[in-house]
Design a protein around this ligand. Sequence first.
Ligand SMILES: [Zn+2]
Ligand SMILES: [Zn+2]
Length: 364
Amino acid sequence: MTDGPQSRPPKSENLPASEDVVEIVPGILRLMLPVFLPGLGHVNCYAIEDDRGLALIDPGLPDGASHEALRQRLTSVGLDIADVHTVVITHSHHDHYGGVARLAQLDTRHPLQVVAHQGFGSKWHRAYEDVDIGEDSADLLHRPLEEIEAVAAKLVRPTPWGDITPQIPAEPLRHYADGIGIRASMQPPAPTTIVTNADRIELGGVSYEVIHTPGHADDHICLWGAENGVFFSGDHVLPHITPHISGITDYEDPLGEFFRSLALVGSYDEATIVLPAHGDPFNDLPGRAQAISDHHVERLERVREIGSEVGDAEVEAYMRMLFRERSWGGMASSETFAHLEWLRLHDGATRTEVNGRLRYDLGS
Ligand SMILES: [Zn+2]
Ligand SMILES: [Zn+2]
């Protein structure tokens, strides 16, 4: 061993999807499923066995490769995908709900119960229901990419600040939809069991409290098991990366909601292990929630500085100064909008609308 500059270990959220299935705590298995999303190497699906079969939390993306990975990982530890009776979805991002479409087509031993928050998918359903996507073929692998791109273009929606949402790239969309069709692969499934804050659900004989945590997504839920000390944090609290804040929201103050939801989960200091939707399990839930909150307080300060430079400007102008160029785009704009709205509601910033686009002036 020599002393020298240490290379920084990769963030565990970036690690590729290992085939190993690990029993994190008795009765809870971690299955890492592949994803094709910037900055993420996998999504965690948690499998919990009971006397009827299996419950899954977040069954991954809609593509066949994710479904096969799920099937094989379960088989490798002697479990059968046909025994899945329940899926709990932490929120309506399709790396979390997408896998439900293929599970629902399986000949499972029990009808599939889909558990999600009361507001699940409300921001996304309309986009898919209102759009005529043409012939919804399940045989997409052999269709020209331009055709798929044309459908993807129809799925974009206006944002509150006057842009449109980013278009889903055609190549992953083709794989998501192959064999099941575009609508089934993209549209959030209809929950069979709707939950709200403080409801309880039983998984593997343990009763979990549902905690509604808007911010990353309006319909995000976490699960807290007081009996086993396990806290499922979804994308609300991740071990290393700071979760994205959605500006596509029904809430007036998305960043304020995120702060409130972080303070709420930070009060669960009896949690002995936190199981996130991306990355490795971790322990210090209050500490991590506080660190994410502190990060956004710093970002607000940075937005104030930018405001004194740019004066009265559109969200995009702020976004380009707040984020590094490689991160520019719809998600960065969405998060910038959430910070600007917080400053409008709590810090005297003013907002105007010019030609359908919002502009913010933070004063000097
Ligand atoms: Zn998410
Ligand atoms: Zn996610």
